[in-house]
Write a protein that binds this ligand. Structure first.
Ligand SMILES: Cc1cc2nc3c(=O)[nH]c(=O)nc-3n(C[C@H](O)[C@H](O)[C@H](O)COP(=O)(O)OP(=O)(O)OC[C@H]3O[C@@H](n4cnc5c(N)ncnc54)[C@H](O)[C@@H]3O)c2cc1C
Length: 282
């Protein structure tokens, strides 16, 4: 794709160097596939040399430049405690890219979140696990926001000019949870049309995260005293997700996305809470 207005590639991760006409460059799989007639400089984050993954007692910190290949390789790493059962989600989420060699090895977690597509697998994974972002702004301020709040719609998020996603943090309480994963696409190797991830925390909190079918990630949460039956879950889905929240493009029309979300939601309920799933209407 043409980017013939770009005059310079600057190796920096300092938001104070950002000026109008700049874009942060991570893996480049969006920037170089879409092209641009307006960008004048690319600020190359690869030069930052950030450690891709840091496993800590309180969770896992990923540099924004961590690649999908590096994320995919994490489960089974001896540094990751076996009790962190939610690591089971990592590989199915990465595989949801149905990615080429280039995307797999170059595209980054931060780039996926900043692109904010409904079918962003890193967005789905991170939202389901209550991940938060560390965002650096020009002037030196730093703010934190959950991934689910950060993504506001199709290719829309809370980033302000010059702001940089520095890292993503997944907290230990979510990593210790049991999880269930469902994904559907209209075609065998197609883009995600609906993804539903269930999480059952050690304290009994049940979280259902809907993404892919909706323009932004959406949570439904139930305490141990309010676990839903399938019928209740379906009515909560309709209360939480308005018709306009379902994404509409060539990868799926809203009525199909809604129907698949409902089907996958009930499947996830049945897997994580079998005594409340299908056949247990009361
Ligand atoms: C064939 C093909 C298939 C694809 N399939 C999918 C798919 O199924 N799902 C999906 O979500 N995407 C898909 N993509 C889009 C894209 O490859 C991914 O979203 C990828 O993860 C983007 O990461 P990147 O590091 O390459 O981003 P880049 O191209 O480097 O950057 C993308 C945007 O994010 C900004 N940015 C990057 N890093 C940061 C940061 N740390 N802080 C602030 N802003 C930042 C850039 O300025 C730019 O605006 C596909 C692309 C192609 C070409």
């Amino acid at each position: 794709m043409d980017m013939n207005t770009v005059e310079a590639m600057v190796p920096t991760s300092d938001p104070n160097e950002f000026r109008t006409g700049d874009a942060w460059l991570a893996g480049g799989t969006v920037l170089f596939s879409q092209g641009s007639q307006t960008l004048t400089r690319l600020l190359d984050l690869a030069s930052a040399g950030w450690t891709p993954i840091t496993v800590r007692q309180d969770g896992i910190e990923f540099a924004a430049t961590c690649t999908i290949a590096e994320l995919h390789a994490l489960p089974g790493d001896p540094a990751v405690p076996p009790a962190w059962k939610a690591m089971d989600l990592v590989r199915p989420a990465c595989d949801s890219f149905v990615a080429s060699f280039k995307i797999w090895n170059l595209s980054t977690m931060g780039g996926n979140i900043a692109t904010s597509l409904p079918a962003g697998p890193v967005i789905s994974l991170c939202s389901a696990l209550d991940a938060s972002l560390e965002i650096h702004a020009p002037g030196g301020t730093v703010r934190r926001e959950t991934v689910a709040e950060f993504v506001q719609g199709d290719a829309t998020n809370s980033l302000q000019p010059g702001e940089l996603i520095r890292s993503i943090f997944i907290p230990v309480h979510a990593l210790r949870a049991r999880t269930a994963f469902r994904r559907l696409s209209l075609t065998n190797l197609g883009r995600t049309g609906a993804m539903v991830i269930g999480r059952l925390d050690e304290d009994g909190l049940f979280t259902l995260t809907v993404s892919g079918s909706t323009t932004r990630p959406m949570h439904l949460r139930f305490g141990p005293d309010e676990y839903p039956t399938p019928a209740l879950l379906l009515s909560r889905l309709d209360e939480t997700i308005a018709p306009a929240d379902y994404h509409d493009d060539i990868h799926g029309r809203p009525p199909w996305r809604r129907a698949m979300t409902r089907r996958l939601g009930v499947e996830v309920l049945g897997e994580l809470l079998p005594s409340f799933g299908p056949g247990n209407e009361r």
